[in-house]
Design a protein around this ligand. Structure first.
Ligand code: SF4
Ligand code: SF4
Length: 215
């Protein structure tokens, strides 16, 4: 899931300076699961905007703001007249959703959330980074623990010399990713994997922006 957090309302208001008639969109997927852009959060921000003197022309939790196909259906429901009258669109979704809407709308599109990372949800409010989408997954070699996302130095061969009592030297509150990898492989009887040196990642494979065009 894409983990997001809401920007301070004052910051959002500043970004909306000069815009009086606003459309507010949320996201029924990650932002809803995160508690940052679902029905409740959209209703709350609409209330705050109105209190701040803005006119909210329409608000809707979109099925998936990052998906053109679903946006087409949702936007029809909102109505093209609203888009013609509005001054700006405020989007409570990750950056992918914001940019997708910015690409298909002539209006200024303002992000209400900060996109933090791709992570695991333990429970609402407890989110943990798991993957930086490096494009060349090595989890089969590391006991299912990502050294790129979970080691502070992103070491492909670890641990570094600073690992101490199973903790990371960069962030002592955090378990050393490579200690965890060692323990996991030890449990699985696959410690030989630790002896294989992993070559540096070929970052030429991840020239941005990346795309998949298979059809
Ligand atoms: S190695 Fe880590 S960052 Fe790369 S794809 Fe796998 S989980 Fe994601
Ligand atoms: S102590 Fe472990 S997690 Fe921290 S930087 Fe070194 S190898 Fe990575």
């Amino acid at each position: 899931m894409i983990i997001t957090e809401q920007k301070q309302f004052e910051k959002i208001l500043k970004s909306l300076e000069g815009a009086e008639k606003i459309i507010v969109f949320g996201c029924s997927r990650c932002a809803t699961s995160c508690g940052t852009g679902g029905e409740k959060e959209v209703a709350a921000i609409v209330k705050k905007l109105e209190k701040a003197g803005k006119e909210v022309l329409a608000s809707k939790v979109l099925e998936a703001p990052c998906d053109d196909r679903l946006n087409r259906i949702d936007f029809k429901e909102v109505g093209s007249g609203v888009f013609k009258t509005a001054d700006a669109v405020l989007v409570l979704s990750c950056g992918a959703g914001v940019q997708t809407i910015a690409d298909i709308s002539e209006l200024p599109v303002i992000p209400a959330l900060d996109s933090l990372f791709l992570g695991r949800t333990k429970r609402i409010g407890k989110f943990y980074e798991m993957c930086v989408m490096c494009g060349d997954c090595v989890l089969e070699k590391t006991g299912g623990i990502c050294p790129v996302a979970r080691c502070s130095k992103r070491l492909l061969n670890g641990p570094c010399g600073g690992s101490h009592d199973g903790k990371c030297e960069v962030n002592p509150n955090q378990d050393c990713a490579w200690y965890m990898i060692y323990k996991k492989l030890e449990k699985q009887g696959k410690l030989d994997k630790m002896e294989t040196r992993q070559p540096p990642k070929d970052y030429s494979k991840v020239i941005r922006p990346r795309k998949v065009e298979t059809r």
